[in-house]
Design a binder for this molecule. Structure first.
Ligand SMILES: *[C@@H]1O[C@H](CO)[C@@H](O)[C@H](O)[C@H]1NC(C)=O
Ligand SMILES: *[C@@H]1O[C@H](CO)[C@@H](O)[C@H](O)[C@H]1NC(C)=O
Length: 450
């Protein structure tokens, strides 16, 4: 008998029992809600394809954390059972559980879906359990782990200068100038005026707090690029309306105005700049209800993925004080994971899953070129996706101009840019073709996992 300690959701509304496919929506590093089977592009497609919709929350995240842990304590020893490999094993058990619960057979084809980290899980699940998962959609999936993720901010700079999303060369130039003036103000010890100009929550006497302030400021632009047009406090167009307006004030002053506009949007009195507070929050082993599991995700970056968005490369428009080491130091401080072990952990992840050319096929990789994560994913023209492709034996990769992180996963909106609309149609078509190929071969291949 099977029992599950993770939370899951099922939507039977569209399902055609005798042969309808199963769409598995994979939960990532946050809480999963019932909307995982009620809304989104995969739900629209489930209606078209008479699919059974199921979703599974990731172990150690959301409400599943409380049901896996007996005393609601996320100490480091317990976190050792938190990994992508364990998540794939959980998904495999869940697949078997659902098959039994609904009496599924090999005629019920499984397609997995996921975005961001869960997008990687979707591709990897197909790769590791090809007999259970017929095809996978991996949205904005950084399948390649990387310790020193310098390209992230390189893409942010590119997006800030991209006119398709309201960016401009003047905008990114002003961001660079402003940070360089800010850096010299900090170097020359004008701490109290910087603290006042940027409404800092701390007095900035501690160098770690100065770096935290720089990180908060950079974060406004990073968030704008990653989630442009998806309800972030400020979009790229809004950031650049302030930063790109050279007739309003000097670049440094515009950056201060940007901070002010941001604080107004999020309704906070001051800009976050306490390193000590961030450290204690990460070190706090009590389970936090709801939201992103910051501590859990930090653990996964320290033990599997890296993904540290450093700013030491000249292509980065922010402060070079935002070093890789400023982030990796948290691994020993929070989890006792030595910084020396990070490079080999990342290397293991890449050799285990195949980095940006996963050893699998029939995976659809969807990315947006405004999203800084796309550089760690599988892109058009890579070795995965040459070949025969087209929903047969190959994989397919789309890079959507002007789209941000996981934008393709939302239900289609009338306001979608044309490129995103077009990409949705391509992916619908690919899935339809995949289904037909599957039907042709249905008698020879056994999928479904009895
Ligand atoms: C630029 O700033 C000036 C002065 O604040 C303002 O009058 C003008 O409308 C702004 N231009 C744009 C394009 O927003
Ligand atoms: C990270 O990468 C950048 C650019 O490639 C490089 O300048 C920097 O030295 C690297 N940092 C570390 C700590 O290796």
């Amino acid at each position: 008998s099977l029992s599950l300690s993770q939370r899951y959701f099922v939507n039977l509304e569209f399902w055609h029992r005798s042969g309808g496919p199963v769409f598995l929506y994979i939960g990532g590093e946050g809480t999963l809600s019932e909307y995982s089977v009620l809304a989104g592009h995969h739900v629209s497609m489930a209606a078209q394809h008479s699919a059974l919709l199921v979703s599974l929350e990731h172990r150690y995240y959301g409400q599943s954390a409380a049901s896996t842990l007996d005393n609601d304590q996320l100490d480091t020893e317990r976190l050792s059972q938190l990994s992508s490999q364990q998540a794939l094993y959980d998904l495999m058990l869940f697949q078997q559980y659902i098959c039994r619960l609904y009496g599924l057979t090999s005629r019920n084809t499984w397609i997995s879906f996921g975005g961001s980290y869960a997008g990687s899980l979707s591709a990897w699940l197909r790769g590791k359990f090809p007999h259970l998962i017929y095809g996978a959609v991996a949205s904005s999936a950084p399948v390649k782990a990387q310790l020193n993720f310098t390209e992230y901010n390189k893409v942010v700079a590119k997006s800030l200068s991209n006119p398709v999303v309201g960016g401009s060369d003047q905008c990114v130039l002003a961001v660079r100038q402003a940070f360089s003036v800010l850096d010299s103000a900090l170097r020359s010890g004008r701490l109290s005026s910087v603290a006042t100009d940027f409404q800092s929550c701390t007095a900035l006497s501690d160098p770690a707090d100065r770096r935290e302030l720089l990180s908060s400021l950079a974060g406004i632009a990073m968030g704008a690029a990653q989630y442009d047009g998806q309800g972030v406090p400020l979009s790229i167009a809004q950031v650049c309306a302030i930063m790109g307006n050279s007739s309003s004030a000097d670049a440094y002053t515009r950056l201060a105005q940007l901070a002010q506009a941001y604080l107004q949007q999020v309704g906070e009195p001051c800009l976050w700049s306490s390193f000590q507070q961030r450290l204690s929050e990460l070190q706090d082993i009590r389970l936090q209800p709801g939201g992103v599991g910051e501590r859990q995700w930090s653990y996964q970056t320290c033990t599997e993925f890296g993904y540290y968005q450093s700013c030491e490369d000249p292509s980065c428009p922010f402060s070079p004080l935002l070093t890789l080491q400023a982030q990796t130091q948290l691994c020993p401080l929070v989890f006792g994971v030595s910084e020396d072990r990070l490079a080999s952990a990342v290397q293991f992840t890449n050799s285990y899953y195949g980095s940006d050319s996963p050893a699998t096929y029939r995976v659809l990789y969807v990315n947006g070129d405004v999203d800084p994560w796309h550089v760690l994913s599988v892109l058009p023209g890579s070795s995965c996706c040459g070949g025969r492709g087209g929903g047969g034996e190959g994989s397919l990769a789309l890079l959507i101009p002007g789209a941000s992180h996981c934008a393709d996963m939302a239900p289609p909106y009338l306001t979608d840019p044309p490129a995103l609309r077009e990409a949705r149609q391509v992916s619908d078509g690919e899935r339809e073709r995949a289904r037909e190929t599957r039907r042709e071969r249905g008698t020879r291949r056994r999928v479904g996992g009895e």
